[in-house]
Design a protein around this ligand. Structure first.
Ligand code: AMP
Length: 190
């Protein structure tokens, strides 16, 4: 099974993805994480994208598309991926669909964590203290939230039309959210 998880920055996507990965023996594919590693390792790609990411803007569709193809094409991960942070816009959603088809796979469920901006601001300021991420300050957090809302809306509609979308209350506790998500996954596993 392949899963897509959505949520604004600070919604708990990373936390919930980790829990799902352990419970259902999947692999997490976080484009944000992969991109941050490029910057940390000072690769040429990392140098190219560091100021884009620091300012809370999106990296090009081609760059992230190439990154995810490495995973989708790898037999080890076949139908065992949870996409965290991808797709971020309609072009990426269509690219993902084509890519999965090329490797004889599909998306089985799309989870959307909904959280309002006030809670996001609070969580981001807590995370900044813990993880020291360059893009975790309040001003950039608001911008990332707005970029997310604007770009992801058509993607959500796209998945709603194909009946894959499940909306989860991301303001509940970590355990409550995780229980709800597990129930949804179990129900489609049959
Ligand atoms: P995240 O960890 O998902 O919050 O992503 C952090 C940053 O990585 C974003 O603000 C973007 O700059 C970049 N990024 C992550 N995923 C994508 C994507 N699918 N498309 C474009 N940029 C992305």
């Amino acid at each position: 099974m392949n899963i897509v998880i959505f949520g604004p920055p600070g919604a708990g996507k990373g936390t919930q993805s980790n829990l799902i990965v352990q419970k259902f023996k999947l692999y997490q594919l976080s484009t944000g994480e992969l991109l941050r590693n490029e910057i940390k390792n000072k690769t040429s790609l990392g140098n190219q994208i560091s100021s884009i990411m620091r300012n809370g803007n999106l990296v090009s569709d081609k760059i992230v598309g190439d990154l995810i193809e490495k995973y989708v094409s790898n037999k080890l991960y076949k139908s065992r991926l949870i996409f965290d942070g991808y797709p971020r816009n309609l072009i990426q959603a269509k690219n993902l669909q084509d890519l999965l088809k090329k490797y004889d796979q599909k998306i089985n469920i799309v989870l959307k964590l909904s959280v309002n901006l006030e809670i996001i601001k609070k969580r981001i300021s807590e995370r900044r203290t813990l993880e020291n991420r360059a893009d975790d300050n309040e001003e950039i957090a608001i911008k990332r939230f707005q970029t997310y809302e604007n770009n992801v809306k058509p993607v959500i509609d796209f998945y709603k039309q194909s009946n894959l979308l499940k909306v989860v209350n991301g303001e509940a506790s970590i355990t409550e959210i995780s229980d709800e998500i597990s129930g949804l996954i179990e129900s489609i596993k049959g």
